[in-house]
Structure formats: structure tokens, C-alpha cells
Design a protein around this ligand. Structure first.
Ligand code: NAD
Length: 279
């Protein structure tokens, strides 16, 4: 039996807490505000930003989308991030990807005040996370851990394998799993014989961006599989990196796409914003 490790119930519970905190902050004269800096015309990015803005407004967090256009120079983006960092009315800042070709995400994200870095994008936040110091973790990485906890998946001394090593998902997820005393292996595009590693996992986290990369032959019996991948389909839908049909019946649990990691990620971004507004 493969359990459906859904995220919508957890996301709703987090949003309810956030809404209560946002109402309190607003009544106390500090209405929480999130700013999303956009420098792309990418349609799936626009869809994601609209969804964050809608969810923020529903929970009582104001959301400003600062669209600099897809030809914005890196210095223009950096100046905007620095100005938002200085603005006392702004509590959370997200730098949306993709960026123009000459912009380097990590370099620009250094301009985000770590106290407002609600998606853990500033390399300082990632470094503090790695050192076990307080910092905002990237919301997606934290969502993976929140989902595992919500579904009561033990991590202590378990073998965890993370496929993908990006700074926004793979690496911080590995750090958070390490903090929980899992034995962590990171795989990436140059890993030889991916199956050999993934089959050793009690907990397998996949964050690649490649539909159906992971099939039953990559998964140990009863393993817990967290599918972070979000790949748009030609009919306007979304599929993950895991072939759900193939893995179902073998894995012990699998997160759905959509309805797994995604909604928890958005809820945690908002939770970070109210935490920042509280100071
Ligand atoms: P990325 O492109 O920055 O990184 C992909 C990683 O996958 C790289 O480290 C690469 O080495 C590895 N990789 C590529 N091909 C591989 C292969 N054949 N075998 C093993 N590893 C391979 O992507 P990202 O930003 O980390 O995002 C990964 C996926 O997660 C994407 O589908 C993205 O849309 C999704 N995502 C989802 C959420 C969410 O909230 N659900 C948030 C962020 C990203």
C-alpha cells in the first residue's frame, strides 16, 4: 500500500495560523507585507507569482509585485532589492526566477536583508543553515521536512537520498535532513547509476525537473518518496519527477503533484513573512 502524503491539509493549517498572526500584527499597527521582485516574462513564473499574491491577500498579508521587466539590468534588480530591504513597511522579499541571462541569482540575492529573506535565497542564509545557526530556510526545503513530520515519517538514523543539488531545493533539503540525524546522500546529473543510490533510501526526495525520472526500479520497497518536481504538461497541468503509476504499490508513501510540496511551500513563505514582521 502506498500512502498518499498530501500537503493540502497541512498547508491549510499553516495558513490559518498565519491569518491569525497577520490579523494580530495588523491590529497592532504592523500590517505584514511581502514583496516579490520579478524580471521575467516567463508564463509559469507569472502563474506562480499570481498564486502567491492571491494566497497572501487571503491570509491578510499585503503582496507587492515589483515587475522590472525581462530586460532589467542586474544593477537595477540589486538596487530594488536593497531599497525593499531598507523599507520598514516590507517584511518579506522574494526574488523570482528565471532572471535575465546576465543576472546571477545568488549574487543578486545577497542584496536581500537576511531578516527579510523569507525564501532563504541570500547565500548568507544558506551558510547559516549549513552551520546550524538560525536563518530562514528556503521554503520548499522546509516544506519537505514539514510534510515528513506531518505524516510522521521518522528521520533519525534513516537513509535519506536527495536527487538534485540546487541552492534553492536540493542542498538546503539535505542540510535540514542532516539536522534531523538522517544519513544523507546527494545525487545530481553526473551521478553514475542513480538507481544504486536511490534504492538505498528510506526517504527519497526528488527535485530535478524531469518528468517520470524516478520509476519503481529506483525505489526500495516501502520507501517514502517526496516529489518536489513541478513540470508543466501540454494540457496546462502539472506532473512531478516521479512516475506515480510505476511507484504506487512499491513505495510506502508518495506526495502527489499537484497538492503535495507546492501548497506547503507557499504557506511557509507566508509564515516566514509574519515571523519577520514580528521581529
Ligand atoms: P535546478 O534545475 O536548479 O536543479 C536541478 C537539479 O537536478 C540539479 O542539481 C541537477 O544536477 C539535477 N539533475 C538534473 N538531471 C538529473 C538526472 N538525470 N539525474 C539526477 N539529477 C539530475 O532545479 P530546482 O530549482 O532545484 O527545481 C527542481 C524541481 O523542483 C523543478 O521541477 C522545479 O519546478 C521544482 N520546484 C518545486 C517547488 C515547489 O514548491 N513544489 C519549488 C521549487 C522548485
Amino acid at each position: 500500500m502506498t500512502a498518499n502524503l498530501g500537503g493540502t491539509e497541512l498547508a491549510a493549517a499553516i495558513r490559518a495560523e498565519v491569518a491569525a498572526a497577520a490579523a494580530e500584527l495588523t491590529a497592532a499597527g504592523t500590517p505584514p507585507r511581502l514583496a516579490v521582485v520579478v524580471a521575467t516574462a516567463d508564463e509559469s513564473s507569472a502563474w506562480y507569482v499570481r498564486s502567491i499574491a492571491r494566497t497572501a491577500e487571503k491570509t491578510g498579508i499585503a503582496c507587492s509585485v515589483v515587475d522590472l521587466g525581462d530586460t532589467a539590468a542586474p544593477d537595477r534588480i540589486r538596487t530594488e532589492l536593497a531599497a525593499l530591504s531598507e523599507d520598514p513597511a516590507v517584511h518579506g522579499i522574494i526574488l523570482q526566477t528565471p532572471l535575465p541571462p546576465d543576472a546571477i541569482f545568488e549574487d543578486l540575492a545577497s542584496a536581500i536583508d537576511p531578516a527579510k529573506d523569507v525564501d532563504g535565497a541570500n547565500p548568507l542564509s544558506l551558510g547559516r543553515l549549513a552551520a546550524g545557526l538560525p536563518a530562514f530556510a528556503p521554503a520548499t526545503a522546509e516544506a519537505v521536512l514539514a510534510l515528513l513530520d506531518h505524516h510522521e515519517v521518522p528521520l533519525y538514523a534513516r537513509n535519506a537520498v536527495v536527487v538534485g543539488r540546487s541552492n534553492v531545493v536540493g542542498k538546503p533539503t539535505a542540510q535540514l535532513l542532516l539536522q534531523r540525524d538522517a544519513t544523507v546522500t546527494i545525487c545530481h546529473r553526473f551521478t553514475k547509476d542513480l538507481r544504486q543510490f536511490t534504492r538505498s533510501a528510506d526517504v527519497l526526495v526528488v527535485a530535478v525537473g524531469h518528468p517520470k525520472l524516478i520509476t519503481a526500479e529506483h525505489v526500495a520497497e516501502d520507501a517514502i518518496v517526496i516529489d518536489v518536481g513541478t513540470n508543466p504538461t501540454s494540457d496546462g497541468g502539472l506532473v512531478g519527477d516521479v512516475d506515480a503509476d510505476s511507484v504506487t504499490g512499491r513505495a510506502g508513501g508518495l506526495t502527489p503533484v499537484p497538492g503535495g510540496v507546492g501548497p506547503v511551500t507557499t504557506a511557509l513563505l507566508l509564515q516566514h513573512t509574519v515571523a519577520s514582521a514580528r521581529g
